[in-house]
Design a protein around this ligand. Structure first.
Ligand code: UD1
Ligand code: CA
Length: 495
């Protein structure tokens, strides 16, 4: 296509959003509304893209530039109407010939294919102007496409300027219009603001073209949602749901099972392989990627997470984490940035990982915090282990070797290394490096105040139970008048 300038109108702030965030920056499916429009615009391979910014331009401008560094930003100081906005745009772009395609920054459901078919048709037709129109059940608020008896387009009449008969027309102007640049440049200076809103209407170009004896036509888009804008939070939520349903349909067509589309939310940049199963209550966000045969859900929120083939992730919250093939995560697991799980590893219930690597087949099955750590392949971390990675000033690293078996309720005080094949006893507080193959024991020796319960809690159910047990095992001792002295317990538990 020769010389195609696309204008994205985004000068409106969106008062009805009642937000400090400008309207076009509100996200749907993990991308701003204007981001979706720019993605659709890319499909027409424009020579240049001009974005008209005004309200909140210090927010909107940099956002658009980040998404499309080649964009020309045109500043419209005052919102004087769509024709004024387009004038500002063509001046900024220095457009003199070719085709000009006008789009809005707040239509997140617009598809590249729709825009492309519309633009291609316009260019091939030689028309001065083409209008992407639509038939809607309630045309209130839109410009109406007024056709003459032979069906040719005569004018677009805005809501506030429409006669009752015109207001009854169901064909509306979507706002997406294509122009022969030469005609547009000749028309813009001729547009006045003598109308109900006192604005410069771009839609006046229709009557001007007809007056010049030029061709204009309008083409109803089948799927009117595509040109729908979101003006308030409710409309935003409705468009978000429609977009989500489209994303889900796409992935289902690609071989993904989605059990409950009503409670499954997938961002636009997520990728899913065939034979992935997504159970109810799952949000797959950001640039998450799920490999084949993985089962995700129920009830997960996963942002920028990579999930390997055949992995199972249940009731998990994760961000910037990598879950290897056939790994198992959950239920109730929390994977924070830098959690990297090798294939066939396991993270179980009430386990939090942060900046921590699990080797192949390594397991952290229960109730643990593992931060700034490396756990070797085949190693099992005991229930209730806490990696004390933070000394109040700095974070330190913990390394556990291969095929180690650490005891329940351990604390690893970083920096510390537990060697390959080592073990630790239950309750160990590991402050010193453990050599490969050693058993580390740090818990204090257990000792007993004999008969304490019998003496101090006499008459309670506990005392009675104790007395009965003592009578059974060794009748004649434990009379309830014991000495109350302590006794040590040997390493093997014997006295
Ligand atoms: C406009 C059309 C109407 C169409 C409708 C579709 C005109 C005169 N009317 O009406 O025919 O049915 O869109 O939604 O074109 N904008 C600027 N600068 C301005 C004014 C608007 O950048 O000075 C931007 C807005 O941010 C918005 C878009 O242009 O993205 C449309 O403006 P808006 O005022 O909402 O036009 P409508 O009255 O809805
Ligand atoms: Ca509007």
């Amino acid at each position: 296509m020769s010389d195609l300038t696309v204008i994205v109108l985004a000068a409106g702030g969106g008062t009805r959003m009642k937000s400090k965030t400008m309207k076009v920056l509100h996200p749907i499916a993990g991308r701003s509304m204007v981001g979706h429009v720019l993605a659709a615009v890319a499909a027409v391979q424009p020579t240049s893209v001009v974005a008209v910014v005004g309200h909140g331009r210090e927010q909107v401008g940099p956002h658009i530039q980040q998404l499309l560094p080649s964009v020309v930003l045109a500043v419209q100081e005052e919102q004087r109407g769509t024709a004024d906005a387009v004038r500002v745009a063509v001046e900024a772009a220095g457009t003199t010939s070719g085709t000009v395609l006008v789009t809005y920054g707040d239509t997140p459901l617009l598809e590249g294919a729709t825009l492309r078919a519309f633009a291609d048709d316009h260019v091939g037709s030689g028309r001065a102007m083409s209008i992407l129109s639509g038939h809607v059940a309630d045309p209130t608020g839109y410009g109406r496409v007024v056709r003459s008896a032979d069906g040719s387009v005569e004018a677009i009449v805005e809501q506030r300027d429409a006669s009752p008969e015109q207001a009854a027309i169901s064909e509306i102007n979507s706002g997406i219009v294509a122009y022969d640049a030469a005609f547009l440049l000749s028309a813009l200076p001729r547009i006045g603001n003598d109308n109900a809103k006192g604005e410069y209407y771009l839609t006046d170009t229709v009557a001007l073209a007809r007056g010049d004896g030029l061709d204009v036509d309008a083409f109803p888009v089948e799927d009117v949602d595509q040109t729908e804008g979101a003006n308030d939070r409710f409309e935003l939520s409705q468009l978000a749901r429609i977009k989500n349903q489209r994303i889900l349909r796409h992935w289902m067509a690609e071989g993904v099972t989605v059990i409950d589309p009503a409670t499954t939310w997938i961002d636009v940049d997520v990728t899913l392989a065939p034979d992935v199963t997504v159970l109810p209550g799952v949000q797959l966000l950001g640039a998450s990627a799920v490999a084949e045969d993985a089962v995700v859900g129920p009830d997960c929120t996963l942002k920028d997470v990579e999930i390997g083939a055949g992995a199972k992730v249940v009731r998990t919250h994760a961000e910037l984490a990598v879950i290897g093939a056939e790994a198992q995560v959950g239920p109730f697991s929390y994977l924070r940035p830098g959690a990297r799980l090798a294939p066939r590893s396991k993270v179980g219930a009430f386990v939090e990982l942060k900046n921590a690597e699990l080797g192949e087949g390594a397991k952290v099955p229960h109730l643990s915090y593992v931060g700034d750590a490396e756990i070797g392949e085949g190693t099992n971390i005991g229930a209730g282990t806490i990696v004390a990675n933070y000394d109040g000033v700095a974070k330190h690293r913990t390394v556990v070797g291969r095929h180690a078996k650490t005891g329940a309720n351990n604390t690893f005080v970083a920096p510390v290394t537990i060697g390959d094949g080592a073990s630790t006893g239950a309750g160990a507080v590991v402050r010193e490096d453990v050599p490969p193959g050693s058993l580390a024991l740090s818990a204090g020796k257990q000792w007993h105040l004999d008969d304490w319960v019998l003496n101090k809690r006499a008459g309670t159910a506990s005392a009675t139970a104790a007395q009965e047990a003592l009578d059974r095992t060794d009748p004649g001792t434990g009379s309830g008048t014991g000495s109350g002295t302590g006794s040590d317990v040997g390493e093997d538990g014997s006295r």
